[in-house]
Design a protein around this ligand. Sequence first.
Ligand SMILES: NC(=O)c1ccc[n+]([C@@H]2O[C@H](COP(=O)([O-])OP(=O)(O)OC[C@H]3O[C@@H](n4cnc5c(N)ncnc54)[C@H](O)[C@@H]3O)[C@@H](O)[C@H]2O)c1
Length: 328
Amino acid sequence: MRERKDSEPASTTGAPVGVVGAGTMGAGVAQCFAEAGYSVVVVDPDPEALGGGPARLRAGVRMARLLRRRSSPSTGSGTAAGAGTPAPSSPSPEERVVWSEKLSDLAPAFFVVECAREKVPVKEEVLRQLDQVCGPDTVFASCTSCIPITRLGSFTGRPDRVIGTHFMNPAPLKDAVEVIRAPGTSEQTVQRTVDLLAELGKRALVVRDAPGFVTNRVLMLTLNEAATVLGEGTADAETVDRIFQDCFGHPMGPLRTADLIGLDTVLDSLDVLREFTGDERFRPCALLARHVAEGSVGRKSGRGFYQYPEQRQRPEHHLVSRGGASHG
Ligand SMILES: NC(=O)c1ccc[n+]([C@@H]2O[C@H](COP(=O)([O-])OP(=O)(O)OC[C@H]3O[C@@H](n4cnc5c(N)ncnc54)[C@H](O)[C@@H]3O)[C@@H](O)[C@H]2O)c1
């Protein structure tokens, strides 16, 4: 069992972590906490997403074990970097996670990571409900890609306890998290979040609040331009990506990165960036919009800028190896 930190209120000891959304990021974030020894409650109102959650988590745990064994063959404990070695009888990460369709099941959580869809009204509804359901000390951390944390905090009566924890994808395999502090976020909330992430073996890179923060203010523009270049016929998808890999040394090109994120999430993120900056540079290009309208949303649907036939057979496989690009 994990040790309580001095900075952590005693009332949180033994309390679960809440995760809202059982999709790509929700399953990955749940895995991070479960591997560090926390009980986790994941909530998603969509029965299909909820039903697929355990398989996504299992696939993530398998992938993480495999990669950790490969990188340190002598230890191979299969635990998160910050979690220590569990006793032989301790529950597996999968056993530490409970899946539910009821947000009220997050009532005992001391920390909730919101990983619902990248739409302001969706997150507004979730946060307003969480504010009613959870205790006054509970921190709400959003995994939003682009929505300013100030706006998210305004949907609650506790803006001082609202913060951005922008995990990268796949969350269990990435060492750093972009942490966003809004002007209203308290110092204590920042410290609790940084300490908690350290327990997961993750370094917090703290930035100020702005649409898209640092990561996606830059990345989303690049992904959209890469799709524009492809749509204009300047080069095929493979060549666009190879240029970034072979000329710039990036581990993954922008089109494969967009497929990994999910083209629906990229589109939603661009819409949010355009809404909050008023800048037309973020208008999603026609090819991206067409793929999303056709349901070709990338790796998770088996097709995007590339085909992923193995994904269609095993939709829980949302993960790539550590060599892949980080994204958020
Ligand atoms: N995919 C990425 O690479 C990535 C990386 C970092 C951050 N993010 C951000 O994380 C969040 C989740 O993205 P994702 O890729 O996991 O999307 P996803 O589409 O895989 O999952 C979103 C989940 O939210 C659920 N949901 C919708 N309404 C809900 C509600 N009212 N309550 C609870 N759950 C609800 C959906 O059923 C779905 O399962 C978004 O804000 C996204 O921008 C995504």
